[in-house]
Design a protein around this ligand. Structure first.
Ligand code: FMN
Length: 193
């Protein structure tokens, strides 16, 4: 077994849509020794995020789905946020999960920031329109990775609307084959400064 574990966080508001299909196509190429865990975020709902940064007592110790998601995040070497483009950005379930990172940074003893450093953040997304409309999503995920000192894997982008559309997006399907296994944009940049 490899020491890598990919955590796929599916953020769509429907199961079995294009984003999930594209993520599963890309994941098929991962070596068998790499563990995979798949979680549909809407199936592990979180309460509205309570910003307690400047409140007494800070962020409460995570329980229930929040604890499950925090532990799964820590256990992974690679985090894949697979969210459709909703209004040019990530889905609400994905955004809520990211908001919880701000709480986990302040959970006593969790050591969130040091534990996130060195993991790789990846994105997978599908949208109806042209890739340009995914720019806010790509930018926000890249900046999140940068903020936490994570490696940046980049975003695999496909197009589609009805479930199954992405399967005939040849460009996306071809890119999916090497997305997780080719050098990341970060590695390429390091090799060609
Ligand atoms: C709430 C919502 C917002 C959306 N916003 C956009 C958008 O801003 N740009 C776009 O190209 N497609 C948008 N779409 C279309 C989806 O990105 C597209 O249908 C995608 O295939 C849905 O993902 P899924 O098949 O994985 O469920 C939106 C769809 C929904 C439901």
């Amino acid at each position: 077994m490899s020491d890598r574990e990919f955590l796929f966080l599916l953020g769509a508001a429907r199961a079995g849509g294009n984003t999930e299909m594209l993520a599963r196509r890309a994941a098929k190429e991962l070596p068998a020794a790499v563990r995979q865990r798949w979680i549909r975020l809407p199936e592990k709902p979180l309460p509205p995020f309570d910003d307690r940064r400047h409140a007494e007592g800070g962020h409460p110790d995570p329980e229930g789905n929040e604890r499950l998601l925090m532990d799964a995040t820590f256990a992974a070497s690679d985090l894949v946020l697979a969210s459709p483009v909703y209004w040019y950005s990530v889905s609400a379930a994905t955004k809520l999960y990211l908001d919880y990172w701000s709480g986990w940074i302040r959970v006593a003893g969790a050591e969130f920031k040091p534990r996130m450093r060195g993991k790789t953040l990846w994105g997978v997304t599908v949208l109806n329109e042209t890739e340009r409309e995914a720019e806010p999503l790509v930018g926000m995920l890249r900046l999140c990775a940068h903020y936490l000192g994570m490696h940046w894997g980049g975003v695999l982008v496909g197009t589609g609307s009805r479930p199954g559309d992405v399967l005939v997006d040849d460009t996306a399907m071809t890119a999916a084959r090497t997305f997780f296994t080719a050098a990341s944009p970060e590695q390429v940049a390091a090799a060609h400064p």
